[in-house]
Design a protein around this ligand. Structure first.
Ligand code: FAD
Ligand code: G3P
Length: 610
């Protein structure tokens, strides 16, 4: 099914003309997950994303599907329970994306250590039990000090006491988003990028009836009418809630920036994803992840108030992460000049959120009960039925609930929050990529109820645990074999085996559409045949509009193939310009944008000031 620049125009025309059941504001993983489930149920759904799909947080994560074992330290058991179980759910609906890759946690005997060997084993057993991990290939186990050093001889030996290995998954965050978006479009959704909600619209009774939006490619403003509107704007959630000029909202978001750095694998060789305390007693842990012939590591976790669309790695971020790696791997001596790529993203944290609504916990904000307790104790005090210290105690409880983690971003829950404002705006904020399906399922339950109760519109429920994303129609119990079989189709058409398998790994079951293009395409100037096929597929079926869309999000070329980027980028820009009919001025503008994105990623701007 076409999902191209032309489709975007058609979708905009539909958004103008048709009345929706549901308008989704935000095309990251949260919005994409809601769109997938709503469209599959036949709910007339439109999604608007002001950037490229996933260009917000959902292409800037650690690219893991994981249960957040460190959250056990802050007793965020609900978040861990949900995310650790959701790993298998995502692997089932998107088998070509998250891939199992057991994580090694080295344990150091240091002040403030997150785990001891004992508590790590308890945590890993809980992790496996919650997720029902029984396959001996993946059940957790501990390692002695020497066994850890045997695996990672460059790890610091001082104070190392042992380690543990447990199942987690490496993933491709941007790919997971676009596969949800594509499937939602196939199932009747109206998915549109570069369209921004600029105002929320209400009827005379103050009920939300849609949004004023702006096509950011033409600056044209138009209205989208919808029975319901859901805000899935991630870190921007408070800004979207504020689009209602009359809304008196209490900001709830506390975005924190996380940075990752990429080096060549031979500069930091690790055999498997590795996860350890920073050693700074800052309650942070850092991942070191091998990918292709690279190793990436991160992250920082710092409060952020600058330009949400443009978080970048600063020298301070780089120095923080390099110091941690050089301490844990004392012989590698990484410097900024070793950095080939980087990315920075904003966690959509909910301030002082000590748990999450979708999994039944309280939201950590001033709950109704806490609010009532304050009123009661003041009333009782005035009636001489409570003492001053009673009042002080209640206020102390409230203060700790509201500011329990003010000082430490890493202690703020990674849970999500689902709420409905007085005008009907639904907001689904926070959470993680790993529990996006469950978050969306919670929102869909609410949306179905509201459509039935307020509009007498009824939709049969679907089982989202069995709702494959685009490209996900594969045997999830035997993914490698399924992809190898698909790759043979490409080989049979003359593609080199390695290229055919790389395309199968990226596109999953959709790779048959990619291979079909061989009948009409030959290698574009400066590109291999496989690169030409992938680019054409991205243009015709993944609403790819710019070279950065293709090289950063539809593929990870900028992040993990820096060594071939300077040649490939010329071929990509020329082929896009030819296929999309760009005039020289637009072609130059797109090339300038690409070079800016590459310069930010490979830190050449920072290196020049080194
Ligand atoms: C450094 C870091 C590491 C992480 N690692 C992991 C990990 O490994 N695994 C994991 O599960 N989670 C991880 N997370 C968390 C996860 O990335 C986020 O929870 C998730 O991506 C949030 O998705 P979202 O769709 O809610 O927000 P976003 O992806 O930010 O999407 C919101 C979208 O709304 C759009 N938008 C905003 N305002 C408007 C408007 N007015 N009109 C139209 N569109 C609008 C934005 O452009 C944006 O694209 C990490 C997060 C960070 C920052
Ligand atoms: O939010 P944190 O601190 O757990 O960091 C995100 C991780 O890097 C992966 O989820």
């Amino acid at each position: 099914m076409a999902f191209s620049a032309a489709t975007r125009q058609e979708n905009i025309a539909r958004l103008k003309a048709e009345h929706l059941d549901l308008l989704i504001i935000g095309g990251g993983i949260t919005g994409a997950g809601v769109a997938l489930q709503a469209s599959a149920m036949g709910i007339k759904t439109g999604l608007i994303e002001m950037q490229d799909f996933s260009e917000g947080t959902s292409s800037r994560s650690t690219k893991l599907v994981h249960g957040g074992i460190r959250y056990l330290k802050t007793f965020d058991v609900e978040v861990v329970a949900d995310t650790v179980k959701e790993r298998a759910a995502i692997q089932h609906i998107a088998p070509h994306i998250p891939r199992p890759d057991p994580m090694l946690i080295p344990i150091y005997d240091e002040p403030g250590a997150t785990f001891t060997m004992f508590s790590l084993k308890v945590a890993m057993d809980l992790y496996d039990r919650l997720a029902d991990v029984t396959d001996p290939k993946y059940t957790n186990y501990t390692l002695s000090r020497d066994e850890v050093l045997q695996r990672e001889p460059q790890l610091k030996a001082e104070n190392l006491v042992g380690g543990g290995v447990y199942l987690d998954y490496i993933s491709n965050d941007a790919r997971l988003v676009i596969e949800n978006i594509k499937q939602a479009q196939v199932d009747g959704g109206i998915m549109t990028s570069h369209v921004q909600a600029t105002q929320l619209l209400h009827d005379e009774q103050g009920n939300l009836i849609g949004a004023q939006v702006k096509d950011l490619m033409t600056d044209e403003e138009f209205t989208v009418h919808a029975r319901l509107v859901i805000n899935t704007a991630g870190p921007w959630s408070d800004f979207v809630r504020q689009l209602d000029p009359d809304a008196k909202i209490t900001p709830q978001m506390r975005p924190t920036k996380g940075v990752h750095l990429v080096v060549a694998a031979d500069r930091l060789p690790v055999p498997q994803p590795t996860y350890f305390d920073t050693g700074d007693q800052d309650d942070r842990m850092v991942f070191v992840v091998p990918r292709a012939n690279k190793t990436y590591f991160g992250t920082t976790d710092t409060d952020y108030t600058a330009d949400f669309k443009h978080p970048v790695a600063t020298r301070e971020d780089v120095d923080y992460l390099l110091a941690i790696i050089n301490n844990r791997y004392p012989d590698v001596h990484l410097t900024i000049d070793d950095i080939e790529a980087s990315w920075a993203g904003l966690r959509p944290l909910i301030a002082a959120n000590s748990s999450s609504d979708y999994n039944g916990g309280d939201s950590g904000k001033l709950s109704d009960q806490s609010f009532a307790a304050v009123i009661d104790v003041v009333n009782n005090y005035e009636n001489k039925q409570a003492t001053r210290s009673d009042v002080e105690q209640v206020l102390k409880n409230v203060d700790s609930a509201l500011s329990e983690h003010k000082s430490n971003p890493s202690a703020v829950s990674r849970g999500s929050d689902l709420s409905v404002a007085d005008d009907g705006l639904i907001t689904l904020a926070g959470g993680k990529i790993t529990d996006y399906r469950k978050m969306a399922a919670g929102a869909i339950t609410l949306i179905s109820h509201l459509l039935a109760s307020r509009f007498d519109a009824h939709f049969d429920p679907i089982d989202s645990k069995d709702l494959a994303v685009s490209g996900g129609a594969l045997d999830s119990t035997n993914v490698d074999a399924a992809l190898a079989t698909l790759a043979q189709q490409g080989q049979a058409k003359g593609l080199p085996a390695a290229d055919a398998l790389q395309l199968a790994n990226l596109y999953g079951a959709n790779v048959t559409h990619v291979f079909a293009l061989i009948d009409e395409l030959s290698a574009a100037p400066g590109l291999t045949l496989a690169e030409t096929l992938g680019l054409r597929y991205a243009l015709t079926e993944e609403m790819t509009l710019t070279p950065v869309d293709y090289l950063l999000r539809r593929t990870n070329h900028i992040l993990f193939q820096r060594e071939t980027l300077d040649t490939v980028k010329v071929g990509v820009v020329n082929e896009m310009a030819r296929y999309l009919g760009w005039q020289p001025a637009e072609k130059q503008q797109r090339l300038d944008q690409l070079n800016q994105a590459i310069a930010e990623s490979d830190l050449s701007l920072l290196k020049n000031n080194n």
